[in-house]
Design a protein around this ligand. Structure first.
Ligand SMILES: [Zn+2]
Length: 474
């Protein structure tokens, strides 16, 4: 992970927006762009400071501005002062009573949201506060709405909310941003995202602009009904209902305005600062093959933040080991036509009928030669929203001989004659043992996938992969 970039899976907390009072944030101005001034805290460790001095943090901030602007229609205005700081200094500057010096997620927007304190670039939640200030400088709604909209738009954030949480709207709408329960973030975020998805961002911003600033449930409900011609109790129930094909925890809404991932199978150039994600083309019912560098996970997210994340887990590499562009391969069947995006970096992509219900009709996928430089995995991800187990077949083409291992469900063969296994050359067990030698040429694999009822999160790809024990071209 690059220093200063966001760590995945950390809990968010203390993402305060402090309005009205002037707060002095430490840092030296190191650059300026159309919408930002970037400051580096002198207390940053030399590695992080050197990284951001040699990389264009302003480019990452302008990418975020341009992407979110496609939905918010943010105007130009006073530049946003972005202070990259240590968590310790963030805790002190933002007035957090307790802080964890390892918590990279804490941050605040201060000085009427024109200045941001954050431990990485870009902190999408705090930036949303600044954008809202540029867009609606006179709006002063309750914390439930202020923190909710900051949690609404974001690409691959951890801002999602469990739909199973039982919190009364009367409670969430009267909490402050620093209340222990943090319902203003979780329930406020879900509330904003639900209304943006169902009513549109423009209507939601009009609602936000006129919402009352007093934390009073009766006033909130009356204003809600008057604006939307809907009852808050009905909407609260609807936004906590898990729809067919939806995840039980929703996700932030990503504009998906960045460039579309090329699917010509050629090596992709990744610049994480200007291209933190790739918008996925419509695969029209086909599957997509993606390679990711060694130690990088493959992650496909729903732009609307409704459907479950599709992902694989890289086995990782030893510290100091060489990173190969085509470290791992994922063959994924996208379950529906929802627009999706792939978290960068992606090394190579192509679209084809790679996952098939019978072996003979699968499109052959030639494994890239670079994949054979180090041990790597081929993951198979299919839509498991069925009631019964089902089989999927893939056809790989290997440029080199190697050894293959796999967990329970996978079987391999050099032809489509899996049964009886003696028809394979050499005879291969239906269940792949450890280190099965395989020759260069075609290698077919069969996977048995479990069916999952609606509302159950997919289990992840742990059981559906082949591990290649590559030791380099042979
Ligand atoms: Zn906030």
């Amino acid at each position: 992970m690059l220093p200063g970039l966001r760590a995945r899976g950390l809990p968010f907390f203390l993402l305060l927006s402090i309005a009205g009072c002037d707060v002095s944030l430490p840092g030296m101005l190191v650059g300026e762009s159309a919408h930002f001034r970037l400051f580096l805290d002198p207390a940053l460790d030399p590695q992080t400071a050197a990284y951001w001095e040699s990389h264009d943090g302003l480019a990452a901030l302008e990418t975020d501005f341009a992407d979110k602007r496609t939905m918010l229609k943010t105007p130009d205005g006073q530049k946003i002062d972005y202070h990259l700081m240590t968590p310790t200094d963030i805790g002190a500057a933002c007035g957090f009573p307790e802080f964890d010096q390892d918590d990279l997620e804490s941050g605040c927007a201060v000085n009427d949201q024109h200045a941001i304190a954050a431990a990485y670039i870009p902190h999408q939640h705090e930036l949303m506060h600044a954008y809202l200030r540029l867009l609606l400088p006179d709006a002063l709604p309750i914390p439930f709405l202020v923190e909710g909209i900051a949690q609404s738009l974001g690409c691959h954030t951890e801002a999602g909310t469990s739909l199973n949480g039982v919190v009364a709207w009367e409670q969430a709408t009267t909490e402050d941003a620093d209340d222990q329960a943090q319902d203003v973030y979780s329930q406020g975020g879900l509330f904003a995202r639900y209304l943006i998805r169902t009513q549109g961002i423009d209507a939601y911003l009009r609602y936000y602009a006129q919402a009352p600033s007093r934390r009073d449930p009766a006033l909130f409900a009356a204003n809600f009904s008057a604006f939307w011609s809907m009852n808050i109790d009905d909407v609260w129930t609807a936004m906590h209902t898990v729809a067919a094909g939806a995840a039980t925890t929703d996700g932030s809404i990503c504009p998906c305005s960045l460039a579309t991932l090329p699917t010509d199978g050629q090596l992709v150039t990744n610049d994480l600062l200007s291209q933190p994600y790739w918008t996925l083309p419509n695969t029209y019912g086909s599957s997509i093959a993606l390679t990711t560098p060694s130690a990088e996970d493959f992650i496909l997210d729903d732009c609307e933040g409704v459907a479950p994340e599709i992902f694989s887990i890289s086995p990782g590499v030893s510290p100091g080991a060489t990173i190969y562009a085509d470290g791992n391969v994922t063959l994924a069947e996208v379950p529906d036509a929802r627009p999706r995006y792939a978290v960068a970096p992606i090394s190579r992509a192509s679209v084809g009928h790679y996952l098939a219900d019978d072996c003979a009709t699968a499109d052959a996928y030639p494994l890239p030669a670079d994949f054979f430089n180090a041990p790597g995995s081929v993951f198979v991800i299919a839509n498991q929203l069925t009631t019964v187990p089902f089989n999927k077949f893939i056809q790989l083409v290997l440029p080199y001989a190697t050894q293959v291992a796999g967990p329970g469900s996978a079987g391999i063969c050099d032809s489509c004659s899996f049964e009886p296994s003696v028809a394979c050359t050499p005879p291969m067990p239906l269940s792949v043992g450890f280190g099965q030698p395989v020759a260069a040429g075609p290698l077919n694999a069969e996977f048995v996938l479990q069916g999952l009822p609606a509302g159950i999160e997919p289990p992840g790809p742990e059981d559906n992969f082949l591990q290649f024990l590559n030791t380099g071209p042979q």
